[in-house]
Design a protein. Sequence first.
Length: 270
Amino acid sequence: MKKQLLALAGVVLLFTACSKTNTPLQAGFTTSSGLLKGFYSETDTSRIEYNNDQTVSKVTYGWVDGRDVGGGIDTMKYANGVLSEVWQSDYDESKIFSPSALNLQLVYANNRLQKIVHLKYPAYDSARYNANGKIEKVFTYRGLPGAWQLGETDSLVWTGNNVTQVIYKKYSLHNGVESVYATYTDTYTFDSKPNWQAPLGFGTISDRLVPEAMNANNILTATRTEAGQPVLTNSYIYEYNAQNKVTKSTATYQFVRVPGTEVTVFEYYQ
């Protein structure tokens, strides 16, 4: 699930406050009708539950990576209509759940999400916006309060409502001097269908921000370039139902994940 949810951490609504809707339900429909219920592959399983206003209330997950296994439950808490905290109980090979503990805190300013504070690391991600109200850079700091060190930055290039390029830089501190020790660029292409992650809103933040997921459409290819390294490309093929919702994806990975092909099946509430 960590592998699945990392791809969800920065969904379309990530940096805009989510307001509750009061649209009357159609007769015979429940509050979760048509929403994503879960997605499953050979290595990952995630099941999603919702509140009455269709915000995500809980994500239950499990994953397998070779002989390594794990999983857990993320529980979302909301304040003033927006996600404010994520509580997590997880397990490893022992399959014994840890106590539920506060994992993430979300900080807002001017009705926008400005910071995600990680309680376990500790670390935090902060965002800078462009004149169009879209995030243009994510700063990740690690360390201890009062002694934060810049760990990495993600600079986003937008084309319309899709992030078409992300430039990553990683930083080190030596003798008090901050310097870049690694940089690489991911470039994306997209289909014309609605991003399957968008309806989840804030509800699947589990780790650091992932800019690639803040898109209007689904990613078809992701190509990574890095000086002195071979060019690597991940590609994605989707199957859709009559409502243009993804029912199956076939992803072929050359980077981020173990190289190979993974098929994921999507299930929706009826």
